[in-house]
Design a protein around this ligand. Structure first.
Ligand code: COA
Length: 160
């Protein structure tokens, strides 16, 4: 169980740390939209990771909010709030593989709901797949009902 988890707003310095965490501990497809085949990192995909965040959370004005997940002093993943409708944002989270299953995701979920409320959102949209047991357990633990449609699972989470 991780002792201390915080969400730190992404900036250029943290972007480098986040890229290192992604390359070391996650597949490209888990952390950004990926074109083409292949599951490994290369220079083009590392540049694409920076471009992705520079074009969204670090853009002027920002398109979404991205927070680095810091666990016990190390950047281990990212959490995003992407506006999708008035008062509503879609949540996006990834955590490095070596840190999964230790309670960080559960802590991040609670912190992200708080951040969403601070940013003025009243609801969070969660979209995942039916086999993503960790997300389904996190929703169930908070008593949040979700809708299953084939392989797709969606849920709305109140932030106030
Ligand atoms: C989904 C994700 C953020 C969850 O974070 P995490 O730190 O692994 O989650 P936790 O350790 O807090 O576990 C949450 C619950 O899921 C369970 N769980 C975690 N990983 C699991 C797995 N692989 N299989 C089954 N259950 C799992 C935990 O036991 C816990 O349940 P409990 O509270 O009833 O014991 C993380 O696995 C991840 O980054 N996955 C890849 C990207 C992704 O799927 N993002 C979400 C898109 S909506």
């Amino acid at each position: 169980m991780s002792d201390h988890v915080t969400l730190e707003p992404l900036d250029e310095q943290l972007l480098t740390e986040l890229l290192h965490a992604a390359v070391a501990d996650a597949a490209p497809v888990e952390v950004m939209p990926v074109a083409g085949s292949g599951t490994s990192w290369n220079a083009q995909r590392e540049a694409g990771f920076r471009e992705f965040h520079r074009g969204r959370a670090l853009a002027t004005p920002p398109i979404e909010s991205t927070y680095c997940i810091v666990a016990d002093g190390a950047v281990v993943g990212a959490a995003r709030l992407c506006p999708i409708a008035p008062g509503a944002a879609e949540a996006g989270v990834w955590i490095g593989r070596s840190h999964r299953g230790t309670g960080i995701g559960t802590a991040v979920f609670a912190l992200l709901i708080e951040r969403a409320a601070d940013e003025g959102y009243t609801s969070l949209f969660v979209s995942t797949t039916a086999e993503n047991t960790a997300v389904l357990r996190m929703l169930a633990a908070r008593g949040i009902e979700y809708v299953v449609d084939g392989d797709k699972v969606t849920a709305w989470v109140g932030c106030v």
